[in-house]
Ligand binder design. Structure first.
Ligand SMILES: *[C@@H]1O[C@H](CO)[C@@H](O)[C@H](O)[C@H]1NC(C)=O
Ligand SMILES: *[C@@H]1O[C@H](CO)[C@@H](O)[C@H](O)[C@H]1NC(C)=O
Length: 213
């Protein structure tokens, strides 16, 4: 009798759970993103939160352990804002959101994506500052933030990103001076082009880095 009660309670628990709660934590983070975005081309149609994980959703790639490693939403006409939950995709390596109409600030929580290799947010309408938390992205090799409406100075902390190979902040509204150490010794002038208030390379000790901000 007790066993039967236990089994029916278990079945109740299994089958009565709300479908929106049955995907895993990475699925929840992605579904939260979907609910923030406007998606006129229906590229997020396959994002069904009743599946146990998001690994079969279009534009999402998982590794062999069903952990999300890529989000490919470049050039898909999505608009809206990003939220802090994107920082929960802790195994993400590629965050591709370029050429859309995304507005608002870049969430500082993206600095928690410690496996990230590539972050492409270029050609959107992001505003606000480049998060200092990006200095925690020790695996990052590609950071393209060009053609947005970013303001403020380039965080000095980014000079500690020794893996960074490509950095592009051209066509924004940044100010201050350009760091000169770490990976910044190798970035071409074009990476900083068309920021009318961005001064030249930092003259360390002579001018504060946020000069003119
Ligand atoms: C995005 O919108 C443009 C202009 O309306 C259209 O030409 C293009 O095909 C759309 N892209 C997608 C992925 O739907
Ligand atoms: C800067 O703006 C000019 C004029 O719009 C444009 O021709 C040039 O390609 C831009 N530079 C970069 C690196 O995008």
């Amino acid at each position: 009798m007790a066993l039967r009660f236990l089994l029916s309670s278990l079945a109740f628990l299994l089958f009565s759970a709300s479908p929106t709660l049955s995907t895993n934590s990475e699925g929840n983070a992605l579904f939260a993103l979907k609910s923030r975005l406007s998606d006129p081309a229906n590229v997020l149609q396959s994002w069904d939160p009743s599946l146990v994980n998001p690994c079969t959703w279009f534009h999402v790639t998982c590794d062999g352990k069903n952990r999300v490693i890529r989000l490919d939403l470049g050039n898909t006409n999505v608009s809206g804002r990003l939220g802090p939950e994107l920082g929960d995709l802790e195994h993400l390596q590629y965050l591709e959101l370029y050429r859309n109409n995304i507005v608002g600030e870049i969430p500082k929580e993206l600095g928690n994506l410690k496996s990230l290799v590539s972050m492409d947010l270029y050609e959107n309408r992001f505003g606000g500052h480049i998060p200092k938390s990006f200095s925690k992205l020790k695996s990052l090799r590609f950071l393209r933030l060009n053609n947005n409406k970013l303001t403020g100075s380039i965080p000095r902390e980014l000079a500690s990103l020794s893996s960074l190979k490509v950095f592009d902040v051209s066509n924004n509204d940044l100010c201050g001076t350009i760091p000169i150490d770490g990976p910044f010794t190798n970035f071409p002038f074009q990476s900083f082009d068309n920021n009318s208030r961005l001064n030249g390379p930092e003259l360390q000790g002579l001018v504060p880095y946020d000069f003119g901000c």
